[in-house]
Design a binder for this molecule. Structure first.
Ligand code: COA
Length: 183
């Protein structure tokens, strides 16, 4: 009976998409503040900058009865020069880390969106503790740099692993696999 219930239990899903609604943009900003100001103390007052004005902001949304609920992850992408794209401010709510592969899904949407927009190189400054995560997602390390007073690795995505996503506002519905339960 217990096995039957486990097999039929559906884990909650997440929308992974570009922010297009006010609550998504505000939720992303609030999440970044929680992570980069309050938790990591990389910024003292706020983490906003000029890139926010030109960037495409992506979000991971938890769901309640299949409706989008809260912003629990975010990242932004922007084109610095023709073909050269950057991802930055990747953050997943501390309650949702390492449970739903939300960081990995946001990275996937980030690079796939840029790829559909003519990206030839996609780079990010990655905090050192996250280099392994990015390597596993087909990124290669370029060089070490100090940003905001902390060491980072400049890394580049291997684009063939990230097929173009032409409609990031639609994005996708991501349902994490339950650990230990076979389909
Ligand atoms: C980094 C961060 C975005 C990762 O998000 P996440 O949703 O927890 O990561 P995921 O669950 O998608 O990780 C995918 C896989 O990598 C693993 N992983 C996650 N973080 C890792 C790390 N730092 N090192 C090695 N592996 C890691 C996960 O366990 C998972 O493994 P699995 O596929 O076997 O289940 C999140 O930890 C975070 O917001 N940290 C604080 C802010 C931050 O560091 N931002 C990034 C700046 S570069």
């Amino acid at each position: 009976m217990i096995e039957f219930e486990r097999r039929n239990y559906q884990s909650p899903g997440y929308y992974i998409r570009a922010a297009s609604k006010r609550f998504e943009a505000e939720g992303a900003q609030a999440l970044r503040h929680r992570v980069f100001v309050a938790e990591q103390r990389i910024f003292r007052d706020h983490d906003r900058d000029g890139i926010d004005l030109i960037a495409t902001h992506l979000v991971a949304l938890s769901t309640y009865a299949h409706e989008a609920d809260q912003v629990v992850g975010t990242v932004r992408i922007h084109e610095e020069a023709p073909g050269l794209w950057w991802g930055s401010r990747l953050a997943v709510d501390s309650e949702f880390r390492a449970v739903g592969r939300l960081g990995a899904e946001l990275i996937r949407l980030a690079v796939c969106t840029a790829n559909a927009r003519g990206c030839t190189r996609f780079l990010a400054h990655v905090q050192m503790q996250n280099v392994t995560l990015f390597r596993r997602l087909h990124w290669r390390a370029l060089d070490e740099v100090t940003i905001h007073g902390t060491p980072h690795m400049r890394m580049e995505a291997e684009l063939p692993h990230y097929p173009p996503c032409p409609d990031p506002v639609a994005g996708w519905y991501h349902r994490p696999r339950l650990r230990g339960v076979r389909a």
